[in-house]
Design a protein around this ligand. Structure first.
Ligand SMILES: [Zn+2]
Ligand SMILES: [Zn+2]
Length: 103
């Protein structure tokens, strides 16, 4: 058992993960081909943890984690959530995190 291929539980579902498991970026509307390796993981722990949702994202949709205590990266949604919960830590807890678009 290595990091290439393993099973994790995410949102109560068992999914395959590891850098040998192909997937697409989980950002809605993005079809970038990636794998389920730690390099694409939001948060630090496969399956999600307090630092991320456990989603897998391409380089365009994975950002430096807003939480200074986190080692992993984070998706936009998780960073926005962190910033909204910790407005004093980050001045840019930005207005645009609050923008809602009505179609
Ligand atoms: Zn996330
Ligand atoms: Zn993407």
């Amino acid at each position: 058992m290595g990091y290439a291929h393993y099973e994790i539980t995410r949102n109560g579902k068992t999914i395959e993960a590891g850098y040998s498991v192909p997937t697409t970026c989980e950002q809605p509307g993005c079809n970038e081909r990636i794998d389920r390796g730690l390099a694409h993981l939001c948060g630090e722990t496969p399956g999600g943890d307090e630092h991320g949702c456990g989603g897998y994202f391409c380089g365009n949709h994975l950002y430096m984690n807003s939480n200074p205590a986190a080692c992993g990266s984070a998706c936009r949604g998780c960073n926005d959530r962190y910033d909204a919960q910790h407005p004093d830590e980050d001045e840019e807890a930005s207005v645009d995190a609050m923008v809602v678009t009505f179609n």
